[in-house]
Design a protein around this ligand. Structure first.
Ligand code: CA
Length: 225
């Protein structure tokens, strides 16, 4: 799942990016309001975390822009301003939550998960499946034929993407934008390596094979005939 963080304080931004990445999320970090709004309008995110006081445009304006663009992902404000009227203002504009700095990362992570869960409950079940492969989105667990498969955070994100779009050939560029962050080097063979490892874990020793390479095009998840 992909999260947008808009935060101009270098330390806080880096801390959030690192913590959320370690928790298994793909994170894009913008350091000012305009960049943040641009990313929110052009990329697909499951959740956004916004600071209020930002260079360019403030967090309120970013939120308004996000909602104006018809994006309904959960938006969580993170700010030093703890006055009641700020809180009310944010909620009136359509924010989903509000956290005051300094914050405990564990609490932020818990709230992020709650909002993602609420959003996904409305739209879909908490499991993704194909054949005897099952991915549990909330517990972040994968099994095949009932056997547990251990995946890294990136492998999990890759598998989740393949499962959500099963039957579709996914080009490398799309995989890069959804599973790696915006600084991804498209010339590297990182995707191939990760895909090979994922396939070894998911398909080796099992039938039918589920992940297929379409030469020159990308990858597809489907039940091999
Ligand atoms: Ca700030």
């Amino acid at each position: 799942m992909k999260i947008l963080v808009v935060e101009d304080e270098i330390k806080t931004g880096d801390y959030l990016r690192q913590g959320l990445t370690e928790a298994g999320f793909v994170v894009d970090l913008a350091r000012d309001g305009l960049d943040g709004l641009h990313l929110a309008q052009t990329d697909a995110y499951d959740l956004a975390i916004l600071d209020v006081m930002l260079p360019g445009i403030d967090g309120w304006a970013v939120l308004q822009g996000i909602r104006k663009a018809g994006k309904d992902m959960p938006v969580l404000f993170l700010t030093a301003r703890d006055q009641v009227q700020d809180r009310v203002h944010g909620l009136e504009l359509g924010a989903d939550d509000y956290m005051v700095k300094p914050f405990a990362f564990a609490e932020l992570l818990a709230r992020v998960r709650i909002h993602l869960r609420r959003g996904s409950k409305a739209k879909e079940s908490e499991y993704l499946r194909i054949a005897d492969l099952e991915l549990d989105l909330m517990r972040r667990r994968v099994t095949r034929s009932g056997k547990r498969i251990d995946l890294t955070a990136k492998e999990f994100a890759l598998l989740e993407l393949l499962l959500r779009r099963q039957g579709e050939v996914l080009p490398r560029s799309l995989i890069a934008s959804q599973v790696w962050d915006m600084n991804f080097d498209s010339d590297s063979n990182v995707i191939e390596v990760a895909m090979r490892r994922l396939r070894a874990k998911v398909d080796d020793g099992f039938e039918p094979k589920l992940i297929r390479t379409i030469r020159g095009m990308g990858y597809v998840m489907e039940i091999a005939e």
